[in-house]
Ligand binder design. Sequence first.
Ligand code: HEM
Length: 347
Amino acid sequence: MNPASLIPIAEPLPIHWAWFDILLIVTLTAHLLFMNALLGSAVIGLIRSVRGDTGPLRQAGMKLPPLLALTINMGVAPLLFLQVNYGNFDYVSSVLMGGWWLAVVAVLLAAYYGFYIGKFKFDAMGPGLRGLLFAASIGGCLYVGFMFTNNMTLMLHPETWTEYFRVQGAFLNLGDPTVPPRFLHAMVGALAVGGLFLALLGRTRKNDEFVDLGMTWFTRATLVNLAVGFWFLIAQPDDIVAAFMGGNIPATGTLLAAFTAMGAMLWAGYRKRPRQSAVWAVITVFLMVCTRHWLRVLSLAPWFDINTTPVTGQYGSFYLFLGFLVVGLALVGYMLKLYFAARGRGV
Ligand code: HEM
């Protein structure tokens, strides 16, 4: 069977595709930053509490439910933009994963409850039960992340979709050599940003121990991630590696810019400057998301050229969306201002 016959025809787009790609990249950056703070701080806190120091888990544990809520909210937006531009690939891969993919919702809900119970019953539970509860919720988040890596790689390879007819049902993209380093790259990145999150908490609470702990995780995990990132690159097919090694100038330039930002981030990290490191971390994650976007464009090139998708040119609804976005962001900013002012007065 020709796998190309399994790719649905792209639906017409109301406006130029670049708008959706930009929104996809920006919102995915926010999603990954929240996910990193959530998962990384939970794992570091759990490891410390197993070693007898419950301080980091207690501090991080109070923030985990809102962090998970923000991760999910900031995940919905890129999911929608992804489906607009690449729905003819992503819908298929989601369906091929079947129950594995649908289970994400149930697992996420269970993890959410776990973090809530961990927050409100932190002291009521013994260390054993508390550890198990946090470990189970972290396990749930790892499952969700792994399913995303499977889906985001399966959508790039229609040549593997025919596996569905061989196994007669749902399957994961486990035969793809890029899946382990890709997932590990995201998870080690989460440890780094989670460490940075703890350091930022330490800085606002004038707790030097937290700053030291967080910045140590931040720098060490980033160094490990350099090696994992290299593994992720060389696991790609030869033509993709060549594209990132100078064959495709925009892709190579984006990767180089991401490396440069990472260097600045490490430099600030070693000087134990959490706020400066945070600024570089946001820039680095943004550039890595752009690099990952090039990877998608290059991988889909044999199957799909987004320029061939018809555009109907209905810009009216887009302007309405932009208007609501600006007003919404201004309102959120105003609410945050009121919130911090009330906290300052001890309300
Ligand atoms: C604890 C919960 C979550 C974790 C740990 C997590 C983790 C991840 C990871 C690791 C990736 C990168 C996958 C890859 O490309 O290899 C990712 C991408 C993504 N996540 Fe999440 N995620 C979570 C929840 C969600 C939710 C609830 C949504 C949507 C409702 C969401 C939407 C997305 C989307 C759309 C992408 C990929 C966008 C793109 O490829 O451009 N995530 N997530």
